[in-house]
Write a protein that binds this ligand. Structure first.
Ligand SMILES: *Cc1c(COP(=O)(O)O)cnc(C)c1O
Ligand code: SF4
Length: 341
């Protein structure tokens, strides 16, 4: 079956689109009319961290362009296999320090992460969780209940962040039950969802999902993850519109990635595309030094100049905060923009 036939069979059905994702570098190169040799030992890289690209995301890439900014985020490449000093398997200290219960990560005051699902709809090559032991952290029903019991006893947690992997890989019914249980926690004010799914498979924003998230008494914030303006097409705009229609606040976090969005033009384009979809840029993360991702790194001083230049071109609400994750720190650390002379 060709990619187009698979896509036609899966219109509107996000789970079918998920199953039809491309999982081999050769298939991905062929779909874009590219020479697979361009990417070096991509099979070796995909053996280290699987390749996964759903068709709706593929459809936004330019054919015949090996440097397409969306392709670069997801194509396995031989360069990932080169060792780089300082790049390791747990760059933000989640595994080592901050895993008090299976499925819970708690590093900051007032907020905790619940790792709802192990996998993702798309595998991003720069992901800081590419070596995370998800097998031990994808929640079974019993573990989820245990995590909720733990949460009920934690006095200071006012915001729960559903994360993963991608929490929206969980089905609508599961999420509805989970949000019901959270709704009963008296101290919880805010439900936050960190997800890339509405970007890569916009059909994931189903009526059932909207019903699950739309609950009186809990504010809901959905933090999307898009790194380049080309990721946001009409279907993504539609998904965002449905979410906003339920009063859900939409923010975006991006990662600053060499060869993807490391120019003031690309960052301005991302902010514009987000705003067109009713989404505010929140964080621009410096790359976490995860093994296999060194080729995406942008030096701090360049990052600060890029954000400084962006600030001279866009209103303040379209300029994200440049941050870094520091293991053991009590918050993300902001880096000041460096403004042009
Ligand atoms: C990023 C993060 C949060 C949320 O931080 P905010 O600054 O509130 O967006 C919470 N917990 C963990 C473990 C995080 O990495
Ligand atoms: S969607 Fe997020 S968690 Fe999943 S692979 Fe991409 S960056 Fe990592």
């Amino acid at each position: 079956m060709t990619v187009d036939v698979i896509a036609a069979a899966a219109v509107g059905d996000w789970q079918a689109q998920l199953r039809a994702a491309i999982t081999s570098p050769a298939q991905l190169a062929a779909a874009l009319a590219l020479d697979p040799a361009h990417f070096g030992d991509s099979a070796g890289a995909a053996a280290d961290f699987a390749l996964r690209v759903p068709q709706p995301f593929l459809a936004r890439m330019r054919r015949g362009d090996p440097d397409d900014p969306l392709l670069r985020q997801v194509m396995a490449a031989g360069v990932e296999l080169q060792a780089a000093p300082g790049f390791n398997d747990d760059p933000v200290g989640e595994v080592a320090e901050a895993n008090p219960r299976p499925g819970i990560v708690r590093k900051y005051a007032g907020r905790a992460l619940l790792l709802v699902a192990g996998g993702c709809a798309v595998n991003c090559r720069y992901c800081f969780r590419r070596h995370f032991p998800y097998g031990e952290n994808a929640l079974s029903r019993a573990e989820c209940d245990a995590a909720l019991t733990w949460l009920a006893d934690e006095d200071d947690i006012e915001e729960l962040i559903l994360s993963g992997g991608d929490p929206l890989l969980a089905g609508d019914r599961y999420l509805a039950e989970l949000v019901d249980a959270l709704h009963r926690l008296p101290r919880l004010k805010t439900l936050r969802v960190h997800t890339r799914l509405p970007v890569v498979i916009p059909d994931r924003v189903t009526a059932g999902l909207l019903d699950a998230l739309d609950r009186d008494g809990l504010r809901t914030v959905l933090v999307l993850h898009a790194n380049h303006g080309n990721e946001i097409d009409r279907a993504v705009q539609g998904a965002c519109e449905r979410l906003r229609g339920r009063g859900i606040t939409l923010l975006n976090q991006a990662v600053l990635l060499a060869g993807v969005n490391d120019s003031a033009d690309a960052l301005a384009g991302l902010s514009d595309a987000l705003w067109d979809a009713g989404v505010l840029p929140y964080y621009l993360h410096l790359l976490d030094p995860v093994r296999g991702a060194a080729h995406f790194a942008v030096p701090d001083d360049r990052a600060q100049r890029l954000v400084g230049e962006l600030a001279t071109r866009k209103p303040g609400y379209l300029v994200p905060r440049l941050v870094r994750e520091v293991p053991g720190a009590a918050s993300k650390r902001e880096l000041a923009p460096a403004y042009p002379a």
